[in-house]
Design a protein around this ligand. Structure first.
Ligand code: SAM
Length: 267
């Protein structure tokens, strides 16, 4: 669950969708799209697009004619993108751009877009990378929409001994460098809000929490958290192993809430 395989992205997509349907009303994306559409087409750049979950989520909500530039450094994920998507009321053309955003952030053609978006990306990046991105977005006078930013809230029902320790190790692992410098992890959303505010953006925030009761997703979360916790502190093997075994026994009667926040920043 800490990697970006197409399988993991497919497993999480229904939970992302449910979470974002909760935040969408507050963000009023249709009104934002009306303001950002300065010609018949709304131009969007999606950073760290994976297989296109953010496109599939946003395109119907934004409506009308859209052009999406989809950026990722993984060619296998980009290969899964459609050439276009459409349904009554909207049409999105899709152009993939393979680019390592950690190395070549300045190569993104910001001036081609009125909306720069990313989902489930900001926890991976560093404060200095985020500052550089926001400076480019501001210079292009584009809006920004950052969805599914983990905010550190994790609640298991039922709770178990070991939840807090595993979560703390997992959170420390989340802050490891993912290629962008020391990762912001759960601090990313708050920092992005502060920086966007200072740049003069009007920022709207809405919670987009995962509520997970489905056993396959719970297993992936438990195993992913345990792997990360053990990588962070191999000496915790016995306790993390006991926690994992007990958690896996309970998947049929567990509810896990993972806190996320979505941010819409209008220039
Ligand atoms: C958690 S996934 C989110 C994918 C997609 N936005 C979604 O919501 O399903 C993070 C994405 O960032 C991409 N990524 C990670 N590091 C990158 C880099 N240095 N340059 C470009 N993309 C990167 C990964 O390949 C992956 O597709």
């Amino acid at each position: 669950m800490t990697g970006f395989s197409a399988d993991w992205l497919a497993l999480r997509e229904p939970f992302d969708r449910a979470a974002r349907s909760a935040s969408a009303a507050l963000l009023d994306l249709q009104a934002a799209a009306v303001r950002l559409r300065d010609d018949p087409v709304l131009r969007v750049i999606d950073l760290g697009c994976g297989t296109g979950a953010n496109l599939r989520e946003l395109a119907p909500r934004l409506g009308g004619a859209q052009q999406w530039l989809m950026i990722d450094d993984d060619p296998h994920l980009l290969a899964a993108l459609p050439e276009a998507l459409e349904a009554p009321g909207w049409h999105a053309s899709v152009r993939p751009l393979p680019l390592d955003l950690a190395l070549a952030l300045a190569a993104v053609p910001y001036l081609e877009a009125r909306l720069v978006t990313a989902s489930a990306l900001l926890d991976l990046v560093s404060a200095s990378w985020l500052d550089a991105l926001l400076a480019h977005v501001r210079a292009a006078n584009a809006a920004a929409l950052f969805a599914l930013n983990v905010d550190g809230r994790v609640a298991w029902e039922p709770g178990l001994a070991g939840d807090v320790e595993v979560h703390e190790l997992f959170a420390a692992h989340q802050r490891r460098d993912k290629g962008f410098g020391p990762a912001l992890g759960a601090e990313a959303a708050a920092l992005a809000v502060a920086r966007l505010d200072a740049l003069g953006y009007r920022v709207t925030q809405a919670q987009s929490d995962w509520c997970i009761e489905e056993p396959a997703m719970l297993r992936a979360m438990i195993e992913g958290m345990a792997d990360a916790a053990l990588e962070q502190d191999p000496a915790a093997e016995e306790r993390v192993g006991a926690w994992t075994a007990r958690r896996l026994e309970l998947v049929d009667r567990t509810c896990l809430r993972v806190g996320h926040v979505d941010l819409l920043a209008m220039p």
